[in-house]
Write a new protein. Sequence first.
Length: 276
Amino acid sequence: MKSEKLEKLVIEELSTCSNINENICFYEGQDREIIDTFGNVEKTIDDQSGYEINYNIFKNEAHIKEILSASKSLIGEYLEDLFKISKEENYFWELCSFTVYKDHYNKRLENFLFKNDNEFFDETTFIEMELKVLNNLHKQRFYDFLRVPTLELIKKASSKKIFFLNEKLSMQKQSDDIVQLLDLDKISGIEKIIYLQKLGIIDFLSKKQPFISSINSLANILSIITSVKSGTIQPMINPIINNDTTSKNHPLNSKKNVQKIETHLIKIGFDLNETN
């Protein structure tokens, strides 16, 4: 994969620059001394092997700035190529396009949660860490080497990533609020029936005697479970049992309540696919 080779070459070149001059090269703010030997970088392209680097070693300090300029220019070329090719290959790296970032989001989140398997880390933590990095784009190790056209594309991609993550964060906080609300407040009769339906309980009971032949009996037993009057429950479960989705009494036609309850069930780890 060309993207992976390019990223490795960029990192190698950054290392070379960091050893030349701390006042000229950006390298994580660490103190560096000018070294005695410097690599004069030339780029060669081979269709079979991809990108390769040849080093000719110099010991003359007069070549420092020339070598440094060549190395920085080469990094800029690599970064420009990496941004384009990584999009074609769907290769994730820290300054990738928004499309690549979005495609890799779930897998990266999964890996993050796997590596940090404890109560202190969740998707909200992951999003907040991602936003911190993106909001400090100017501190990225590649930033100083980016050419203006590529830098503008990366800034645009970064803005899209930040918007995407803020939307995710908003949904996470909304889910937390819903869970808290449902835990603390009394819920309505229709919400209780939606819970029972989404959990598969109504479907399960309706296939058992005596409920298979008597919706009234099912309404009575659900009344005991929910403390909702059977006369209120029966009109709601009739369209459920008869699969009458057009009925105004069908609880699942209450989209707002359904969304709220599904969000709660997903949040506590229930798989809706098991009952839908």
